[in-house]
Design a protein around this ligand. Structure first.
Ligand SMILES: Cc1ncc(CN)c(N)n1
Length: 230
């Protein structure tokens, strides 16, 4: 299946997610709250653009089934996943305005610009390739962390783990993998290589996102004045 091939190519990158101090910190509860707060603000902005990608997918869908899938992803992201962020924002003292009008980091801008550009240029298969690493890797991370003793019950980070390890989120990830296979399995090799490239690029952006959050970096490496929230 095409997703097996994608997983094999991305595995060296994905293995590093689980080793990343941000992810490990969620798993053992030691993550600094300021880092998580930074992540939540950036991730909320990320999810707004991620929703736009699903809306594009619905418009490009060649069947009502695929149109429905994208619409369901759009709805569940707006109401379930982003609600998790709104709840965490409440616990962290971030107002709704602050959450919606946070300043985007360079990593976020690069990731979402890439994703939106590829989704706009491509057909429905490219749209799925743009969001697959996102949904699938969070499910892998959630399931892995949920295996750790007591992690899902942690008073602060437990809800995050439960969300991404949940049966509902797992089903979304599985449905997305199925759709990717359905759309890609019969494509010529040249097109598969393009889908794979999108998947690998977004996998790398996922790593950079953890890194950006852990280091609370607005502008990657660079002088101090680039790293202020302007
Ligand atoms: C950056 C990022 N990637 C993936 C997900 C999971 N939807 C997320 N919330 N944020």
């Amino acid at each position: 299946m095409f997703t097996d091939r994608l997983y094999d190519r991305a595995k060296p990158i994905w293995d590093e997610y689980l080793e990343h101090p941000f992810v490990k910190g969620i798993g053992d509860g030691s993550l600094d709250l300021e880092k998580f707060k930074f992540f939540m603000e950036q991730d909320y902005l990320y999810l707004v653009d991620y929703c736009r990608v699903f809306a594009l997918g619905s418009g490009k869908a060649q069947s009502l089934e695929t149109m429905t899938f994208f619409a369901e992803m759009l709805y569940s992201t707006l109401t379930e996943e982003m609600e998790l962020h709104r709840k965490y924002a409440g616990r962290l003292g971030i107002s709704k305005e602050e959450l919606e009008h946070a300043k985007p980091s360079a990593t976020l801008l690069a990731y979402t610009s890439y994703m939106l550009n590829k989704a706009q240029q491509g057909a429905e298969a490219e749209v799925v390739a743009c969001v697959l690493a996102c949904t699938w890797s969070y499910n892998v991370i959630g399931l892995e962390l949920a295996e750790k003793n007591g992690a899902s019950e942690h008073e602060f980070y437990g809800d995050w783990i439960k969300m991404y390890a949940s049966d509902e989120f797992t089903e979304l990830a599985e449905n997305m993998k199925d759709l990717m296979n359905q759309l890609a399995d019969n494509k010529p090799e040249r097109e598969k290589v393009h889908l794979e490239e999108i998947f690998l690029h977004t996998s790398k952006f996922e790593y950079l996102f953890w890194e950006m959050a852990y280091k609370q970096k607005m502008w990657m490496e660079g002088p101090h004045f680039l790293n202020t929230k302007v």
